[in-house]
Design a protein around this ligand. Structure first.
Ligand code: DQA
Length: 146
């Protein structure tokens, strides 16, 4: 199984960005943890970050035929991007929405995810562990109902 991890805007700043909300782990360190766990679980991962909505849309489109599951931390685009939502629907690859923070106990504008209704599920609020839990969810995603 090949899992595509996509990270949205400002996640390249993890480590120094609002550490009281997001912790002090950098995105490179998260990637290393994901790779170590994926290796244990016998799955392949690709890990990318972009600040550009269009680039994320293109990566979702290109995932077809190459990846079985997408794990998506769309960051702020979670709350705004009809384009990302449409791309997820268009490619039809099971997608798991993740967040480091619990978006439901933060500002009101973060409570709404435009992506959640077209994702298989959402993992939110477990810090770096949201990424690790997503590997488990991805491996079992074919067993879960659409
Ligand atoms: C985030 C939550 C979003 O609301 C925010 O815009 C982010 C990060 C998270 O991982 O907790 O940039 O996706």
């Amino acid at each position: 199984m090949r899992i595509l991890f996509l990270n949205g805007p400002n996640l390249n700043l993890l480590g120094s960005r609002e550490p009281e909300v997001y912790g002090r782990t950098t995105l490179a360190e998260i990637e290393a943890k994901v790779r170590a766990r994926a290796k244990e679980m016998g799955v392949e991962v690709e890990f990318r970050q972009s600040n550009s909505e269009g680039e994320l849309v293109t990566w979702v489109q290109q995932a077809k035929e190459r990846f079985e599951v997408i794990v998506l931390n769309a960051a702020a685009y979670t709350h705004t991007s009809v384009a990302l939502r449409d791309a997820i629907v268009a490619v039809g690859i099971p997608t798991i929405e993740i967040h480091l923070s619990n978006i439901h106990n933060r500002e009101e504008f973060r409570h709404k995810s435009l992506l959640a209704p077209v994702c298989r599920g959402q993992i939110s609020g477990f810090g770096v562990n949201s990424y690790i839990l997503a590997i488990e969810a991805a491996i079992n995603v074919t067993d879960t109902k659409k």
